[in-house]
Design a protein. Structure first.
Length: 246
């Protein structure tokens, strides 16, 4: 092992330790969209451990969404100072109404205020646009006769949000959008994605923080040269995750 390789290993270890000790503080904002709700719950479950999650809901979300299913995630409710205490905002159920107002910077509600202030303070905003996107499969299924003019308005709203810096995705891909990890081909083809093989990590070191993001009973595929920390091995054993080298 030469000096360059040793330095790289040290950098990887430091990065892994920082991920464990200082996970990104993420505010999860539920608005009242039903489309994509179930997919967003599964994505948030996969996110736990990768980032530090706290929850806030709009009044509409509390009326419309299944509160039992949200509570089952075990995400604690956020306290005061919603912007100052969080590094990024994740909106798993973006309504078309919220998208329209936020697109024109109408900060007249909890949701639009949060989106506006996170953007204006240079913080990341990731939103699942399934319910607000006229071209999403779920939206097309619910509203197959949507007039072209109305669909064009919805597209324009999302385009404006993207131009402001909002990262848009489908609800089922919310965890991928937040972490930046690519989806696994075998997961996409599996009827039981929670038990399928997990994507191969792009790093040359596998930490406990990364293992935590995968579902119990899954198979985590890593490259032959990946360094697996002892903490990662222990956590994989507890969660019955198989670490497979290829």
């Amino acid at each position: 092992m030469n000096e360059t390789e040793l330095r790289r290993i040290i950098e990887i270890v430091i990065e892994a330790v920082n991920e464990v000790l200082h996970p990104k503080r993420t505010l999860v904002l539920f608005t009242g969209a039903l489309l994509g709700f179930e997919d967003s719950l599964a994505a948030l479950s996969r996110l736990q451990g990768a980032v530090e999650l706290e929850l806030v809901q709009t009044p509409a979300a509390k009326r419309v969404l299944d509160q039992g299913k949200i509570a089952a995630l075990g995400i604690p409710e956020a306290g005061e100072h919603l912007i100052a205490n969080h590094d990024q905002l994740v909106v798993p159920t973006l309504t078309a109404n919220t998208a329209a107002k936020a697109a024109y910077n109408m900060a007249d509600s909890l949701a639009t205020n949060l989106i506006s202030e996170f953007l204006m303070t240079g913080k990341r905003v990731v939103a699942a646009a399934t319910a607000a996107d006229p071209d999403s499969p779920d939206k097309r299924q619910w509203f197959p006769l949507m007039p072209p003019g109305q669909a064009a308005v919805l597209r324009d709203n999302l385009a404006r949000l993207k131009s402001m810096g909002v990262e848009l995705c489908e609800a089922r891909e919310l965890d991928v959008a937040v972490t930046g990890r690519p989806p696994s081909p075998c997961c996409a083809a599996s009827s039981q994605p929670e038990n399928c093989c997990a994507p191969r990590p792009t790093k040359s070191l596998l930490s406990a923080a990364e293992v935590q993001t995968f579902a119990p009973g899954s198979t985590l595929v890593v490259s032959s040269g990946t360094i697996v920390t002892q903490a990662a091995q222990d956590l994989a054993s507890i969660k019955h995750i198989t670490i497979e080298r290829r």
